[in-house]
Design a protein around this ligand. Structure first.
Ligand code: DSN
Length: 413
């Protein structure tokens, strides 16, 4: 073989150290998870070698009769999982899935309603720094001041005022149920398309702990690596009416050759999510999030909207220290072995690089088998660190306790 015979120790030592980091610390970023060994195996397979521009049965390259089976399997499994007419499993990411939908169904300048980024939406829901906000006329809705939840009447008022071509639902930092039915009614009333970005909650939907938007929305997009626990990637499911436009937008409109090794891994993940034990997993994610939120609240930390119905929560750091920023809190928690991400809270006076909040979630620790007792302990550790983030000795002490806990729940042994 003409391949190098010496191992690339530089790269593989990085991978080993990252495995060690994931094994010995707590991964509390709500958009992260641990992919299963079979998902990892498919992702690392020889399917990476194949060019397969096009779709099953309609490729621009020869030699795709086996690849076609993998992509067809992924499509049929995800359609069955969510009850969809059509699926496109090729988006490389959630952002590409959303852009593909816009490319398929909007004209530049069209008006779209989306949740504002600083209230929990996503960059691709119309942020002015993103191509979505630069290309389309996004009008933002948000959460109320009073209870920090979505107000469907406010969305309706905005829809009646702006007559959008499309309404986008979904969030990256919202801890409550997003009810697809009232939004579908609003979209129908104003003649708008209804797109539901289920990136964060796809696994909760598959596991039956969040309402499924598929019967109500024209199109649903999601990522496959968050609560759904698959490989890093995106997916679109839609009504048959939009199938052709969506497929054309993803390829040749937006992407080139699909990542068929990742698509095979998506098929594995869709199968895993269809198993009865996945419902138990999804229930436990939510139970764990509730337990963690209660533990944090008992320590005096304010949880935005007062709690959580899903896999995540936002901590308002001003509740324990007006001066403490999300940036500094994240650094201190990293040092103590707990990985979280700084996040703006609704109407945050600080920038997204600094923030007054933290976003914390339970999908990864739940995959490890942790339950309510461990969540209570994690909440107390977080409070201990945030109580005095400059105390390096205390951070080191918590780090050791975290390491001891993780040794009992190692994801990749
Ligand atoms: N989906 C975002 C997150 O929630 O982390 C990243 O784009």
């Amino acid at each position: 073989m003409p391949w190098p015979s010496t191992r690339d120790t530089e790269v593989f030592s990085i991978i080993e150290r990252e495995t060690e980091r994931q094994n010995t610390g707590l991964q509390l970023i709500p958009s992260e998870n641990f992919a299963s060994p079979q998902v990892l195996e498919a992702t690392a397979s020889v399917l990476t070698n194949k060019y397969s521009e096009g779709y099953p049965g309609k490729r621009y390259y020869g030699g795709n009769w086996v690849i076609d089976e993998a992509e067809e399997l992924a499509r049929s499994r995800v359609k069955a999982l969510f009850g969809a007419d059509h699926a496109n499993v090729q988006p490389h990411s959630g952002a590409n899935a959303n852009l593909g939908v816009y490319l398929a169904l909007l004209e530049p300048g069209d008006t779209v309603l989306g949740m504002s980024l600083d209230h929990g939406g996503h960059l691709t829901h119309g942020s002015p720094v993103n191509i979505s906000g630069r290309t389309y006329n996004f009008v933002a809705y948000g959460v109320t001041r009073s209870d920090e939840r979505l107000d469907y009447d406010q969305i309706r008022d905005l829809a009646l005022e702006h007559r959008p071509r499309m309404i986008v639902a979904g969030a990256t930092a919202y801890s409550r149920i997003i009810d697809p039915e009232p939004i579908a009614d609003i979209a129908a009333e104003v003649g708008a398309l209804f797109v539901f970005d289920a990136a964060h909650i796809a696994g909760l939907i598959a596991g039956g702990v969040h309402p499924n938007p598929t019967p109500h929305a024209d199109i649903v997009t999601f990522t496959t690596h968050k609560t759904l626990r698959g490989p890093r990637g995106g997916c679109i499911i839609c009504r048959e009416d939009y199938a052709q436009a969506i497929d054309k937008a993803i390829f040749p409109g937006l992407q080139g050759g699909p990542l068929e090794h990742v698509i095979a891994a998506k098929a594995v993940a869709f199968h895993e999510a269809a198993q009865p034990e996945f419902a138990g997993y999804a229930h436990q994610i939510v139970a764990n999030a509730r337990a963690l939120a209660e533990s944090l609240a008992a320590e005096g930390l304010r949880i935005v909207s007062g709690g959580t119905d899903n896999h995540l929560m936002l901590i308002d750091l001003r509740s324990i220290d007006e001066e403490l920023t999300g940036k500094d809190a994240q650094l201190a928690l990293d040092e103590a072995g707990m990985t979280v991400n700084k996040n703006t809270i609704p109407d945050d006076p600080r920038s997204p690089f600094v923030t007054s909040g933290l976003r914390v979630g339970t999908p990864a620790v739940t995959t490890q088998g942790m339950q309510e007792a461990e969540m209570d302990q994690i909440g107390r550790w977080i409070a201990r660190v945030l109580g005095d983030p400059g105390d390096r000795g205390e951070l080191a002490a918590v780090r050791e306790e975290v390491r001891t806990l993780c040794a009992k729940f190692t994801p990749y042994g």
